[in-house]
Design a protein around this ligand. Structure first.
Ligand code: PBE
Length: 267
């Protein structure tokens, strides 16, 4: 491939994930914002599909540009770097927010109190994501809870037990949210709730929250990744504020690629 330009080698393609992801919409925006990306395309597939392509690119030391984010084990498994984003399309490091349907606080004050207290660090989520490579998210979350009982106690302190009330916890089908939901559902279950976890696309989750079909979620990344949905549904949803700080989305390449910025992707 020695004679080919980088763009040619990549077939002017960014390798992405599910069409419904916030990072997919943000990358479509980047394709519009960056003049040098004229003629480039985002190929959507699934997170597993993208990870498979990354794995074979790295095996062959070939170039690849993916839509990446952290926390994710891709950064533990491979040497990767975020491309600089001089246009600021992907925003600053983000927050993960807790959100409820209207009336949740009145209907389930104990669950509301626990969810309002729920907050943790990127390192906590990451350790569960890593452990869940070799076990289920439920087991990884149970281990984490056991090792972090003080943190968990600070969420539930002084909150009365519920009496088997049914609670719908909304979440996303990505590992980061499998980790948070596994922790939250175990804590709420131990506190007397009958919890069902729904892993759905961001658009479905926001709709379900607005319609009151889902009680609460700790999944959305803001202000950028799911920002458009908060704008659309903000009036019909209760934003309870951040539960975690420091997530990042962007375009990611293997360390061995000799580019540093989205602006370096040749036209
Ligand atoms: N993600 C993980 C999601 C949110 C959490 C970055 C893949 C997205 O909507 O893009």
């Amino acid at each position: 491939d020695g004679d080919k330009s980088l763009g040619e080698q990549l077939d002017y393609t960014i390798t992405g994930i599910e069409p419904g992801a916030g990072i997919t919409a943000t990358t479509e925006l980047a394709l519009e914002e960056y003049d040098n990306l004229d003629g480039w395309e985002l190929e959507t597939s699934s997170t597993a599909g993208m990870m498979g392509q990354l794995d074979s690119a790295i095996d062959n030391e070939e170039p690849l540009v993916i839509t990446g984010w952290t926390p994710h084990y891709m950064f533990e498994q491979y040497n990767l770097k975020f491309l600089e984003d001089p246009e600021g399309v992907y925003g600053e490091p983000e927050f993960v927010h807790t959100m409820a349907r209207q009336g949740f606080e009145e209907d389930m004050p104990q669950a509301y109190a626990i969810m309002d207290n729920f907050s943790w660090e990127v390192e906590d989520m990451q350790s569960i994501m890593l452990a869940a490579q070799d076990m289920s998210f439920e087991e990884a979350a149970a281990d984490w809870i056991e090792e972090n009982q003080d943190t968990v106690d600070s969420w539930t302190e002084g909150v009365d037990e519920a009496d088997g009330q049914e609670l719908e916890l909304g979440s996303f089908p990505w590992d980061s949210e499998r980790a948070s939901s596994a922790v939250i559902s175990q804590v709420l279950t131990e506190h007397g709730f009958d919890v069902t976890v729904n892993n759905v696309d961001p658009s479905i989750l926001f709709q379900a929250l607005a319609q009151g079909e889902v009680d609460v979620t700790a999944a959305p990344w803001l202000p950028t990744t799911q920002g458009a949905y908060l704008e659309e549904y903000g009036d019909e949803i209760v934003d309870m504020g951040p539960n975690m700080e420091g997530t990042v989305i962007g375009l990611v390449v293997p360390e061995y690629m000799e580019i540093d910025s989205i602006a370096d992707l040749e036209p």
